[in-house]
Design a binder for this molecule. Structure first.
Ligand code: BGC
Length: 732
């Protein structure tokens, strides 16, 4: 890759030749959906490209279409500036990885990076060179459908997951890499009531201490681009928020890359109620927003705003330079067709190596929530009844925000189990029920076309019949793919009605049941946790879900996923998160009863159903001997069970007395350790000043002397943690 001086010379030279209109053209990003379905030549998009009025296109499907558009840009436009082609390749392209929330539950950053490498390889083989991923918006509200796309409720972990993905996508900008786009800046995950696109309002202290760190950490992986968010921050939409974009992102954090708006967010500012398109084009540009996605605000109004002296040459030049820099870094100026090699369509997509990564990621993402009497792993013998509308649902498996348009490539859970059990055990199958009783509710989800509508009564009778003659029942139930992701908020997080009724009926038979809960978010499973023997959350595991479930259910692999979002007992507990503040009236130890004039509910416990960081293995890990010497923290862990297990050792810190109120605990470090049966190991962490600090209202680090509680264990639940105290004498 050329050095910066060479790049700057090239861009100076190019910009020296560009007219104002051509510069504005570079700031325009429009969808290519029309050319995907129709002819490229003579399309309105092709014309805009030839006239230098477009810098990038999104959602173009098909390498031939990408190539045709790029040819117009390179050969027919005056200066031949190549285009960026953007797409949301959020968890894989044809080989589909688990949804990002599930990936975060692996706590395995290297593996997550490998998944992103595969995604980039497959997407670039199809001409895509710009990925609108990762999303690192912290959220403490599982009603919000987009928690599926993020790395959970902890800002540090979510930022690390995002950074791993950015490294995987961008690599060293080879032909198999693409630009990453870190999103959505900022605070989108804090939308009120979990309703998508809703208002966000919070104190600066909460911003800095609970939300901003995810972006800051992900920025350390140097994403070439960032996307602003739809929501308001301090009552100004993020896209026009000068404090956020200029003061924080550019000046405080030193971000030099390009910032693109989210879809139509400049035009949406009119609905927010802060002026017409022209006013908002000016506001966005002055705030430091470089590229306009789908509002046509810059293309329509920037030239006039410039002539009227509202927007300066320098503003437009700066934005244009950032767009050209991203293109240069990607190598598009040296070879605009580097992502247009048709041979790769046959060699790089859905290969066995790619699928291996997806299968491993999926297996590691499953979180075993309950496993009474070691029901799992199942033995391959006798009769196994597989029941539920998601057991044979090919189109549903990739999950939300999937770019997969070839589901016929994938095997369903039923097919994988059949293959796995052949000659060893008998697999009985029944769909058992509809997803919802209401056809309208069910068909609102676009990916459900291969889940047939069944007669409620007949289906249930069939399921009960096979269940009664089986040795064990495996239920594949939960959410449809479309029930999570963008614009998929839910106000009720329990199992959809028809499935819940069937599960209850099956439980009354008295046979052991394994519930595989498919979901894009933490759901409410209070009844299930009391009445079902084994529960494993399998999220949306991607294209290799079926095989990955077999790997874990039949014991070839041990489950090792840990929750990265708290699972509530009931919807009324939301927002719920592990790093809460104690309040002046905490309940204390005895959670099991109501305490008048304490901070609790008359009709619900404060504790969640399953804590952040929680997840079982097929073994048992014992924690002892937590010690702290200087800055070195040590803990002994021993596998006292009979099987190998991978443990996620978690370190939490609590600032006991501080000048501002601090959370009861915050995750500061973690290590994944694999132990054979009987094996033990000393796990070490180093306490850094950073781990003891918090942010003030200006986002600056503060360290105060005093006592810090250091906690180590297998989850964030108090009962799971060993504790010791560290005295910080000198602020460093
Ligand atoms: C989403 C973004 C996405 C963009 C382009 C928007 O609706 O909020 O996350 O990248 O569309 O598809």
């Amino acid at each position: 890759m050329a050095n910066d001086a060479e790049m700057n010379r090239f861009i100076d030279n190019l910009m020296g030749k560009m007219t104002l209109e051509e510069k504005i053209g570079q700031l325009n990003l429009l969808p290519g959906n029309d050319v995907t379905t129709g002819a490229v030549m003579n399309s309105p998009l092709a014309q805009l490209i030839a006239e230098c009025k477009l810098g990038a296109v999104l959602n173009v499907n098909g390498l031939d279409k990408v190539r045709e558009l790029q040819e117009i840009a390179v050969h027919k436009s005056r200066l031949g500036i190549p285009l960026l082609f953007g797409l949301d390749v959020i968890h894989g392209n044809v080989t589909i990885m688990p949804i990002p929330l599930a990936q975060s539950c692996t706590w395995n950053l290297n593996l997550i990076e490998s998944g992103a490498v595969v995604a980039a390889k497959e997407a670039t083989a199809q001409g895509i060179n710009w990925n609108f991923s990762p999303m690192v918006d912290v959220s403490v509200d599982p009603r919000w459908g987009r928690v599926a796309e993020g790395g959970g409720e902890d800002a540090m972990l979510s930022g690390l997951v995002g950074a791993a993905m950015i490294r995987g996508y961008q690599g060293d900008f080879s032909n198999e890499n693409m630009l990453a786009c870190l999103k959505h800046f900022a605070l989108y995950g804090a939308s009120e009531s979990g309703r998508d696109y809703n208002t966000v309002d919070m104190s600066r202290l909460r911003m800095w201490n609970q939300y901003m760190q995810s972006y800051e950490i992900a920025l350390s992986a140097e994403p070439a681009t960032i996307m602003s968010s739809f929501n308001v921050v301090d009552y100004v939409p993020a896209t026009a928020n000068k404090w956020l974009i200029n003061d924080v992102l550019r000046e405080k954090w030193g971000y030099k890359g390009m910032l693109v708006t989210d879809y139509a967010s400049i035009s949406e500012m009119t609905d927010h109620g802060i002026g017409d398109l022209k006013t908002n084009a000016a506001r966005a540009m002055i705030a430091g927003t470089d590229m306009d996605m789908c509002s046509n605000a810059y293309s329509k109004h920037l030239a006039a705003l410039h002539d009227e002296g509202i927007v300066a040459d320098a503003d437009i030049d700066r934005a244009c330079r950032r767009v050209l820099t991203a293109k240069y870094k990607l190598g598009l100026f040296s070879d605009p067709f580097r992502f247009c090699n048709p041979k790769r369509l046959t060699t790089d997509i859905y290969t066995s190596e790619n699928r291996k990564v997806a299968r491993e990621l999926a297996a590691q993402s499953f979180v075993l929530l309950k496993n009474n009497d070691n029901l799992l792993p199942l033995r391959k013998q006798g009769k196994i009844a597989l029941i539920g509308p998601l057991a044979d649902a090919r189109n549903n498996m990739p999950g939300c925000w999937s770019t997969a348009d070839r589901p016929e490539l994938y095997s369903t859970l039923r097919e994988c189990m059949q293959k796995e059990l052949k000659g060893k055990a008998e697999l009985l199958y029944s769909q058992g029920c509809n997803v919802y009783y209401s056809a309208a509710k069910q068909s609102a989800a676009a990916y459900t076309r291969n889940i047939p509508r069944v007669d409620d009564k007949e289906a249930r009778n069939e399921a009960l019949k096979i269940a009664s003659c089986a040795d064990v029942i495996v239920c594949a139930m939960g959410e449809l793919a479309e029930m999570s992701g963008e614009s998929a908020s839910r106000a009720d997080l329990s199992m959809p009605d028809a499935q819940m009724d069937l599960l209850k009926a099956l439980a009354s038979i008295g046979k052991p049941i394994v519930l595989l809960n498919f979901s894009g978010r933490p759901t409410v499973m209070s009844w299930e946790s009391e009445n079902i023997q084994s529960i494993m959350n399998v999220w949306y595991g991607g294209s290799e879900t079926g095989d990955a479930i077999c790997d874990v259910v039949f014991g070839k692999k041990s489950p090792c996923g840990r929750l990265t979002m708290t699972m509530p007992r009931s919807i009324g507990q939301i927002p719920i998160y592990y790093n809460y503040m104690n309040t002046g009236r905490p309940v204390g130890e005895n959670q099991q009863k109501f305490h008048k004039y304490r901070s609790n509910y008359y009709d619900e416990f404060n504790d969640p159903l399953y804590h952040f960081g929680y997840g079982l293995t097929y073994s048992n890990i014992e924690y002892t001997d937590l010690s702290i010497e200087g800055e070195n923290i040590r803990v002994k862990i021993k596998n006292t069970g009979a099987r190998e297990a991978t443990e996620v050792v978690q370190l939490y810190v609590h600032d006991v007395f501080a000048s501002i109120v601090r959370p009861v605990k915050e995750l500061k470090a973690f290590k994944r350790v694999t132990l054979a049966a009987g094996e033990s190991q000393i796990v070490e962490f180093r306490l850094t000043p950073e781990m003891l600090s918090f942010r003030d209202a200006n986002g600056n680090n503060v360290i105060e002397p005093g006592d810090f509680e250091i906690m180590v264990g297998p989850s964030s639940a108090d009962k799971d943690l060993l504790k010791t105290t560290y005295k910080c004498k000198q602020p460093k």
